[in-house]
Design a protein around this ligand. Structure first.
Ligand code: UD1
Ligand code: UDP
Length: 375
């Protein structure tokens, strides 16, 4: 069976490694995977580094769309994906998450009557101001197989009218939904022990540090929110070292939103170490060695949980409700007082119990098996 996998943004490249590994280890005689990179992310440390480090097969196509406004970027992808699908005639298209690359793949494939397989289906923030919420809802509703990493995601799909009854031969009109665990949990388990091999790349403080990532457009493109988040980081840095691998979007927006002078004081703060985006092993290493994670990333808040670290979520809501419900992550939005007080609380009294709620580390294998059985 020929599958076309579409990736474009950093987290999708990382996720794809779990799926490609499951094919290689268990289904190499049954599944041929053709990888298409839309080119949404293109910096070496946002794309290429993951292929080398995580052993991901090279993309057969790079559509090189680059950055742009939503419509412009998505339209270019749709146009170029149509050509790829015409040439490759895949049995199904594999899509991850909720980026513009996901949406483009969903539109192009579904209109060509190619079954869409959505990995990370059902997640909702219930906030349509997020471009990701629009992308994921639209993708779910043209999919034939929907794999949800969490029980909450599965229930969201049921609430939107998806049937829980499994079809022997599902279609876009009668799709199948599954709760099967998180493909990123597969990856964290697989790569966690290998992450120590990158230790020498980092000059880390001995007594632990706070790891921080920021890239959500609602934070980077809003002056007040970005200022409040950086004020919080500066306040926390007075009692704990901060390491901040900086997303290119945030790097571009910091001087524009915070002003050159303020951005410079942050950059020159000796207790805030701003670094380039790191590789996935680098990130796992930093996460493992941190005492607390401050983030607006979807993936990083979950990895914090997988590696038994508390997380302060720099957003007004999360799709990963479970980690907040059990008290190991806190939604602090861009609220200075909340961020700083919760950070202090977690550092003084770190949570101890991290129940297994994201599967058993074999989500990708289950997906491959189900695709072979159903399509
Ligand atoms: C995208 C996804 C987001 C995901 C994130 C992961 C959408 C709508 N958003 O957000 O859901 O969480 O990726 O990181 O798909 N840039 C570079 N080099 C690169 C890539 C981007 O400099 O390699 C800069 C460009 O200035 C670009 C900006 O970052 O305009 C934003 O990139 P884009 O891919 O549009 O969105 P992200 O914020 O990365
Ligand atoms: N990540 C990485 N290097 C970094 C920052 C993040 O490898 O410098 C990884 C992180 O470990 C996680 C994924 O990128 O697996 C999350 O991607 P991102 O935060 O860009 O997007 P989101 O998950 O919010 O869509």
């Amino acid at each position: 069976m020929k599958l076309v996998t579409i990736i474009g943004a950093r987290p999708q490249i990382i996720k794809a490694s779990a799926f490609s590994r499951a094919i290689k280890n268990h289904y190499s005689d049954k599944i041929e995977e053709v990888i298409v990179h839309t080119g949404q992310h293109y910096d070496e440390n946002m794309s290429e580094v993951f292929f080398t480090e995580l052993n991901i097969p090279a993309p057969k196509y790079n559509l090189a769309v680059g950055s742009g406004k939503h419509g412009e970027q998505t339209a270019k992808m749709i146009e170029r994906l149509e050509e790829v699908f015409e040439k490759e005639q895949p049995a199904a298209v594999i899509l991850y998450g909720d980026t513009n690359s996901t949406l483009a793949g969903a539109v192009a494939a579904s209109k060509m009557l190619i079954p869409v397989v959505h990995i990370e289906a059902g997640l909702r923030s219930f906030d349509k101001a997020m471009p990701e919420e629009i992308n994921r809802i639209l993708c779910d509703h043209v999919s034939t197989l929907l794999f949800s990493p969490t029980r909450t995601g599965y229930e969201n799909l049921v609430n939107e009218g998806f049937s829980t009854q499994l079809q022997e031969k599902p279609t876009a009109n009668k799709p199948n939904i599954y709760h099967c665990g998180d493909i990123m949990y597969d990856n964290t388990l697989f790569f966690s022990s290998k992450a120590d091999s990158v230790a020498e790349k980092f000059d880390l403080p001995k007594e632990g540090f706070v790891l921080c990532t920021i890239h959500r457009n609602s934070n980077t493109d809003d002056k007040d929110r970005l200022k409040s988040i950086f004020d919080s980081i500066v306040a926390i840095s007075s009692f704990k070292k901060i390491i901040l691998p900086l997303h290119p979007r945030t790097k571009k927006m910091m001087p524009l939103m915070l002003g050159e002078a303020y951005a410079k004081t942050v950059e020159e703060n000796p207790n805030i170490q701003i670094i380039e985006p790191v590789s996935f092993l680098g990130m796992i290493y930093l996460e493992k060695n941190s005492d607390l994670i401050l983030t607006d990333s979807g993936g990083v808040q979950k990895e914090a949980y997988y590696l038994n670290k508390p997380a302060v979520i720099l957003r007004p809501q999360t799709e990963w409700k479970e980690i907040v419900d059990c008290g190991n992550a806190a939604i602090c939005d861009a609220d200075f007082d909340l961020i700083v007080s919760k950070a202090k609380q977690y550092l003084d009294c770190p949570p101890k119990e991290f129940p297994e709620i994201f599967g058993d580390g074999n989500a990708a294998k289950f997906m491959c098996k189900t695709i072979l059985e159903c399509l």
